[in-house]
Design a protein around this ligand. Structure first.
Ligand code: FAD
Length: 303
């Protein structure tokens, strides 16, 4: 029986683990990966005390700190969390299940998908959600970027230096990124902007071969030969697995009070997954600390 199980090893979960261990709680972190979104952040310049650090370096420091404090991190996907009649929780991950007195949900956000056929099948076989991570795999190739915000424009800019040709495909007529970024991408002679257009079909068997795109104005269909597609259309919480456990808002964000308490006694939440306007590393770390201290208090006084 654990005192707390922390779902997610992003900065929020890592901080919760640090605080739980310093309160001598028997804690376990279970996460699909180490680092969450931070591994996609190539230059972090707003983490207090550190002028500049890459996301991977920052998360490695947090991981080492968690390890040194004696908290295990298991790499697995949590599929179900249920409350037992004795108020403990059963956490099911892969083939294993764990009992815990409290749960800290630090599941963060996941990249939004286009929800097209073959998208999951060809993820990692041409389709990627991170140009900064996977960009170098497409050196000298033709790629497309889906999206029209800062992340998409940034991906197009990064890929213009690596790929031979970059198509930027956006469903609206106006991009919604910083002007400077739009200008930088417009000035690249190997980037073709295809606005007011959507990807209709992903084509390829073993790997991505083509994209069928349709103009939202003329309905004209065009096929693009591409080896890579970067889907950069934002992030969203994927919290269906806790839908029966805690109250969520219409976006799927977990609703908490100022102590990180959810609608279910013994379950706390923090970081990007909660209903909050601002989502940043330092905010998640602060909320992760609050959630762990609240879980400790709950164990001491029963609520
Ligand atoms: C490209 C990019 C650049 C950024 N740059 C900055 C920056 O410079 N400065 C800044 O402050 N912020 C930045 N951010 C935002 C910052 O990364 C997030 O605010 C922060 O990572 C949130 O931390 P988190 O731990 O709450 O969630 P996440 O980082 O999303 O981590 C959630 C973790 O939960 C795991 N998880 C989810 N579901 C399950 C499940 N069912 N079972 C097991 N594990 C699960 C995930 O695998 C992941 O490890 C950036 C984000 C992006 C995408």
């Amino acid at each position: 029986m654990f005192d707390t199980i922390i779902v997610g090893a992003g900065p929020t979960g890592m901080t919760a683990a640090i605080y739980a261990s310093r309160r001598m709680m028997k804690a376990l972190v279970i996460s699909k990966n180490i680092g969450g979104q931070v591994i996609w952040a190539s230059d972090i310049k707003n983490y207090p005390g550190i002028e500049f650090i890459g996301g991977v370096d920052l998360i490695n420091k947090m991981r080492q700190q968690v390890k040194d404090l004696g908290v295990d991190i298991k790499i697995d996907e949590i599929r179900k969390i249920s409350k037992n009649s004795d108020k403990s929780f059963l956490v099911e991950a892969g083939k294993n299940s764990y009992l815990t007195k409290t749960v800290i949900i630090a599941m963060g956000l996941e990249p939004k998908q286009l929800n097209l056929d073959k998208e999951n099948e060809l993820t990692g076989k041409g389709i990627s959600y991170c140009a900064n991570c996977d960009g170098p795999l497409f050196k000298g190739k033709n790629v497309a970027v889906a999206g029209g915000g800062n992340a998409a424009l940034d991906a197009a800019e990064v890929m213009s230096k690596i790929a031979s040709k970059v198509y930027l495909i956006y469903r609206k007529s106006q991009l919604k990124a910083f002007e400077s970024l739009i200008l930088a991408v417009k000035n690249k002679n190997n980037v073709e902007m295809i606005l007011s257009s959507e990807i209709r079909e992903i084509i390829g068997d073993e790997k991505l071969k083509k994209l069928k795109i349709v103009s939202n104005i003329s309905q004209e269909i065009r096929e693009l030969d591409v080896d890579g597609l970067f889907v950069e259309i934002g992030h969203e919480p994927k919290t269906d697995l806790v839908a029966d456990l805690v109250e969520r808002d219409t976006l799927g964000q977990v609703i908490v009070d100022l102590s990180g308490k959810t609608s279910c006694d013994g379950v706390f939440a923090a970081g990007d997954v909660i209903q909050s306007e601002f989502k940043q590393i330092v905010i998640g770390c602060g909320q992760g600390a609050v959630a762990a201290l609240s879980a400790y208090k709950y164990l001491q006084v029963g609520k």
